[in-house]
Ligand binder design. Structure first.
Ligand SMILES: [Zn+2]
Length: 82
């Protein structure tokens, strides 16, 4: 679940599009309207059609910036983290 209860998709750039170290799983808010020319991950990475694969679950390395963006904000969330 993303902000405003919207759907989030997990996508990963395809092999060959970027180096292996950048093939992380990005979180992308699924647009409600017409499909735009490209999608923007929570971390700001632009994802173009054909360059990425949609995953049915978290695989490999998650994008740290996307995870941080998707974490619930507000007091308390990290209070018991350690
Ligand atoms: Zn990302």
């Amino acid at each position: 679940m993303g902000e405003n209860g919207g759907m989030l998709a997990l996508v990963r750039l395809r092999r060959g599009v970027v180096g292996e170290s950048r093939r992380v799983c990005h979180l992308i808010p699924v647009p409600a309207g017409p499909v735009p020319s490209h999608l923007t991950a929570l971390c700001g990475e632009a994802i173009f059609p054909g360059e990425a694969e949609v995953l049915d679950g978290l695989r490999g390395m998650p994008c740290h910036a996307c995870l941080v963006e998707s974490a619930p904000s507000g007091p308390g969330f990290l209070a018991n983290a350690g």
